[in-house]
Unconditional design. Structure first.
Length: 510
């Protein structure tokens, strides 16, 4: 960065580290909610009389609202102010959680979950973009994003532990009520300590056609993958959803290329480093979501673990993610180019996933699952940290919210794809195994039960092989597309153009 640009960059906010505490707390709440409800779902379904056909909507209603409204939420944060969007998102999320915890029937539960998703779509990009505009020093930015990346990566596993405790020792309603103190503390703290840099808002008129096309396109895409999991890939409505999504998102790109004040400026998406982050991160999340699903079922159904014991079984992955993000990623981010953290990080995670392809009914937790989780956590933590930082690094501050929303969108769509795609692969492999061993399965008794368990594990192992390949692809994309140097070393220019772009970006040039 030139001396002129450095002198014009705003002074560091003295309350930025206090602000990080409340931003991290809010992010933990949102990430926890993605998995905590999964543990409570069977109990909630029984209490509220939700049918088997409709139970998926407790998860899907949240995913559709969150995934569909993220870009809109990101632009609202840019336009309205990230602090305002952050606090309103927290208050709304708390109220929606209270509604879910007090639900007396199916309709009230589904409405509460959709509201949680909508306010989460406002909250998540506001949180990440606040970090992007508040932390301007390269080393401080590395530490801040290390903490944020550890929470973003490991929070889902923490949700499994907390969900198990609350469901087993209190009841499922507390998996919703637990969000309320998180939200209140984060909202009050944020209101008192967060100070947004002046001149970082985007006051351009809202791109209404872009909002409508992106929201409907993303909703159709997420719903298509969600429906494929239950109804199959050749189901008529599944196919219609995918076709509609492709048409709507194509129309969205055309509109964004022509309107004066686009919802998602294409410069944010097409800059090769950010594009590489969105693509590699989205693919990696496919593997992670599939793994959470399979390991949870394997430990509970095949190994007979309780919900609480299952949650604790994920602790090595959380420890690995925290170590990879804060001790490896954060320490090396200012010393090596991001691709040399992300590429090897995804490969280490792939090695952990490769170990899990050896799963058998009698596999030892300490000998196989524990080391696999440590490798997965270390690899993902190391890769997530620079990815989260690079996704908003060098972007015009007025676009920070929508750039942050794209990170969340890639993760949300990746999660929907991962659950549907890997579940379908696992189910097909399980069916094929049972067909090959039909006579033994029909025998019943302990022998028949063993064949059923072996069929399930065969399905998981087949899907995990695909997850290994996906992580290798993530690594290749990161190493190929991401070409920026380490922070503080010359590299590509920030979004925008020429000298004006350099003066407007209060971050370290790549």
């Amino acid at each position: 960065m030139s001396k002129t640009a450095a002198s014009l960059a705003p002074a560091a906010d003295p309350s930025r580290w206090k602000a990080l505490v409340f931003i991290a707390l809010a992010q933990l709440m949102v990430v926890l909610d993605a998995t905590i409800v999964n543990i409570a779902l069977p109990s909630a379904q029984t209490d509220l009389g939700i049918s088997d056909g409709n139970r998926q909507w407790v998860i899907t209603a949240y995913a559709l609202a969150f995934g569909g409204l993220l870009l809109f939420g990101g632009r609202i944060a840019d336009k309205w102010g990230r602090k305002n969007a952050f606090v309103v998102g927290l208050i709304g999320f708390a109220l929606a959680s209270a509604l879910g915890g007090a639900a007396n029937g199916e309709a009230m539960m589904l409405g509460a979950r959709a509201l949680q998703g909508a306010f989460g779509a406002l909250l998540a990009p506001a949180a990440l973009s606040l970090l992007a505009v508040m932390f301007t020093d390269a080393k401080e930015r590395a530490k801040a994003f290390g903490i944020y990346g550890a929470i973003a990566g490991g929070g889902g596993a923490v949700g499994l532990i907390l969900g198990g405790f609350l469901t087993e020792y209190l009841n499922w309603r507390w998996t919703f009520f637990v969000n309320i103190p998180f939200a209140i503390v984060a909202a009050v703290g944020a209101w008192m300590v967060i100070r947004e840099p002046a001149g970082s808002r985007n006051r351009a008129p809202l791109d209404i056609p872009g909002v409508v096309l992106s929201t409907t396109g993303l909703v159709a895409l997420v719903y298509g993958f969600t429906r494929a999991e239950s109804a199959g890939w050749s189901d008529a409505l599944t196919v219609i959803m995918f076709v509609a999504s492709a048409l709507l998102l194509f129309a969205f790109v055309l509109v964004e290329a022509k309107v004066k004040s686009p919802l998602l400026p294409l410069r944010v998406l097409l800059e090769r480093n950010r594009g590489g982050v969105y693509l590699s991160l989205g693919l990696a999340v496919i593997s992670m979501f599939g793994l959470f699903l399979f390991l949870t079922y394997y430990l509970q159904v095949v190994k007979g673990f309780s919900p609480v014991k299952t949650g604790f079984a994920f602790l090595p992955m959380i420890a690995g993610m925290i170590t990879g993000s804060t001790q490896i990623g954060a320490r090396l981010m200012t010393r090596v180019p991001p691709r040399l953290l992300m590429g090897p990080g995804f490969l280490v995670a792939g090695l952990g996933m490769l170990l899990l392809t050896q799963l058998e009914v009698g596999s030892s937790y300490p000998a196989l699952i524990l080391p696999a989780q440590l490798l997965l956590g270390l690899g993902m933590g190391t890769a997530f940290m620079p990815a989260m930082s690079l996704a908003t690094h060098g972007v015009n501050p007025a676009d920070a919210g929508v750039a942050s929303a794209m990170v969340n969108t890639s993760q949300q769509v990746g999660g929907a794809i991962g659950t549907a795609l890997l579940n379908t692969i696992a189910a097909s492999a399980t069916t094929a195994y049972l067909t090959d061993h039909a006579a033994e399965a029909a025998a019943g008794g302990p022998a028949g039960q063993l064949i059923q368990a072996q069929a399930m594990v065969e399905g998981y192992a087949s899907a995990i092989w695909w997850a290994v390949g996906i992580l290798v692809a993530s690594s290749v994309i990161a190493l190929t597309l991401i070409n920026t140097g380490r922070p503080g070393v010359g590299g590509p220019v920030a979004s925008g153009s020429g000298e004006d772009a350099e003066l407007k970006v209060p971050v370290i040039a790549h």
